[in-house]
Design a protein around this ligand. Structure first.
Ligand code: URA
Length: 195
């Protein structure tokens, strides 16, 4: 097992036991994340849905299938990236997670980011974007890169995308998402060159 894989396993085990998020009362289980601890790209969605809650794996429903298709379009597989959510437990009826719930899961996410130390963080949808980039509209920031410094994460590179679930039911968003997605490989190369 690589050092990062081992560290991630430990962090997830710690938070499964200690996370104070009130969503855990109704959720079946935690959905910590999935993929490679050595990934260069970390995708962050909003919250687990019904299927994810049942199986403990993020993005395995229809939005996840669409995400896998888009990954394939840039020659990546799920195993090449890491994917997680802002909150690690399913909100009842898939409602939006509250600020308190997001805050309760924040350190878990911060620990994951620190271990994986991705070159690029891709936010999926409005909630994930607003967690890091305040006061912006997803319609203005999708397909754009932000260098954000925060006290707990340091300076990180974020790329904002529409949420695949929203794009499934809206042709305009779907085309925008596919187009934005295709820019990921060149963006990654550009960032790596700068380093
Ligand atoms: N939508 C999300 O934001 N996360 C999941 O894990 C599944 C659907």
């Amino acid at each position: 097992m690589t050092d990062k894989k081992e560290a991630l396993k430990k962090v997830n085990a710690f938070w499964i036991e200690h996370c104070t998020c009130s969503l855990r009362k109704e959720a079946l289980q935690a959905v910590p994340g999935d993929g490679s601890a050595d990934a260069e790209i970390l995708f962050i969605g909003e919250a687990p849905g019904k299927k994810e809650d049942l199986l403990g794996v993020p993005f395995i429903g229809s939005a996840g299938k669409f995400l896998s298709e888009m990954l394939a379009s840039i020659k990546l597989k799920r195993e090449d990236i890491f994917i997680t959510n802002v909150v690690k437990y399913r909100p009842p009826e898939n409602r939006d997670p509250s600020p308190e719930e997001k805050e309760a899961c924040r350190q878990w996410l911060v620990d994951q980011v620190e271990i994986i130390d991705p070159v690029l963080i891709v936010t999926l949808g409005r909630h994930a974007m607003k967690n890091f980039i305040l006061d912006k509209k997803i319609s203005d920031v999708h397909g754009k890169t932000f260098y954000v410094t925060s006290p707990d994460l340091g300076t990180r590179t974020f790329y904002c995308l529409y949420h695949p679930a929203a794009a499934l039911y809206n042709g305009g968003l779907r085309e925008a998402l596919k187009k934005d997605f295709k820019k990921i490989p060149s963006l990654l190369k550009k960032i790596q060159k700068k380093k």
